[in-house]
Design a protein around this ligand. Structure first.
Ligand code: AHR
Length: 326
């Protein structure tokens, strides 16, 4: 992971400059005091249960915080996000926040926001821009750590096994931070154990339908599958359907480790169909509104805010299910 994620440097100077510019030129210059903070938010899409919960959290938090939220759904397309950000710039919003569908290709539009003196906050996913002045803060999970937790579970689970353990991997959206990082974190955790063979790895685009489709192909092409590692729960849930339709038992014939910790996955865990789930918390709304207000006020904010997350065994998921919020 690049130093952008590791760093917890404070961006006081830059935030102060952006706030100063915002009160004199673009941004909320002509809105005057007493106006609501206006945040333009470009969401990835509605590809998963996690995403739906994330959108709800952001919309509810904006209402609660008295923030005017301009919400745009990019339908998993980078060009739509770029268009949305340009439109937020034209509308002179106070703060732009977005969850980038992929990591690269943002420098030009982020430079346009910077030139318009509108601060940008990254939520959930990171960008790979070398120029760290293009955004003020990044709020979200450590995806490398999540992949590592999945891999460490596998190593423990198969500690006593002597033969090869064949793993198939359902990757998230190609080029996205969670797909890149969950893949590398997992690979890192298992690299000392040659018995783990990733025999097939393909994107399922974080959706249930594609997770099912790709798992069907894996089941046809791979004579022996011991484990499925899915980069999110929706793909794991789609894969479970494929495994069952192929007459095999998910969680028993093929062990499943996944990421997110959404309710539907916990239900599957309580039925013995998923063996381990690494949590990725979508409830970022309150923190995001807080951050946007601070940035607008010229307060110092951390450059990197990591979400607190755990892991779940089937027993833990079953116990947590009645109170799970998403
Ligand atoms: O960026 C977070 C990931 O995106 C979640 O794990 C996944 O479910 C979503 O679509």
């Amino acid at each position: 992971m690049s130093k952008r994620v590791a760093s917890v440097l404070v961006t006081g100077a830059m935030v102060a400059v952006l706030a100063a510019c915002g009160s004199g030129g673009g941004g909320s210059a002509d809105k005057g005091s007493g106006h609501k903070l206006v945040v333009g938010f470009s969401q990835v899409g509605a590809e998963s249960g996690w995403r739906t919960a994330n959108t709800k959290s952001i919309q509810e938090a904006a209402k609660k915080a008295g923030v005017e939220l301009k919400f745009s759904d990019a339908q998993q397309k980078q060009e739509n996000q770029i268009k949305a950000i340009r439109s937020f710039i034209q509308q002179k919003v106070d703060v732009i926040a977005f969850s980038p569908v992929v990591e690269s290709g943002w420098d030009t539009v982020l430079k346009e926001a910077k030139d318009a003196h509108i601060p940008v906050i990254l939520t959930d996913r990171a960008v790979d821009s070398k120029d760290e002045s293009l955004y003020v803060s990044f709020l979200g999970s450590d995806f490398v750590e999540e992949g590592k937790k999945a891999g460490e579970w596998l190593v423990k689970e198969y500690a006593a096994a002597s033969g090869d353990v064949n793993v198939v991997q359902l990757e998230g959206t190609t080029g996205s931070a969670p797909a890149n990082d969950r893949k590398s974190g997992f690979a890192d955790a298992v690299k000392g154990e040659p018995k783990f063979k990733v025999v097939a790895s393909q994107t399922g685009d974080f959706t249930r339908a594609k997770g099912k489709e790709v798992m069907q192909a894996f089941l046809k092409s791979q004579p022996k599958i011991d484990v499925l590692y899915a980069h999110n729960d929706d793909m794991a849930l789609g894969a479970i359907q494929a495994i069952e339709e192929a007459g095999r038992k998910p969680g028993t014939d093929i062990k499943i480790v996944s990421v997110d910790g959404v309710k539907d996955a916990f239900t599957a865990m309580s039925q013995g169909k998923i063996n381990f789930d690494v949590e990725c918390n979508p409830l970022l709304g309150d923190q995001l509104m807080d951050l946007a207000k601070k940035v607008k006020a010229g307060e110092q904010v951390p450059r990197r805010i990591k979400t607190e997350e755990g892991t779940f065994t089937p027993e833990q998921a079953t116990a947590a299910l009645p109170n799970r919020q998403y």
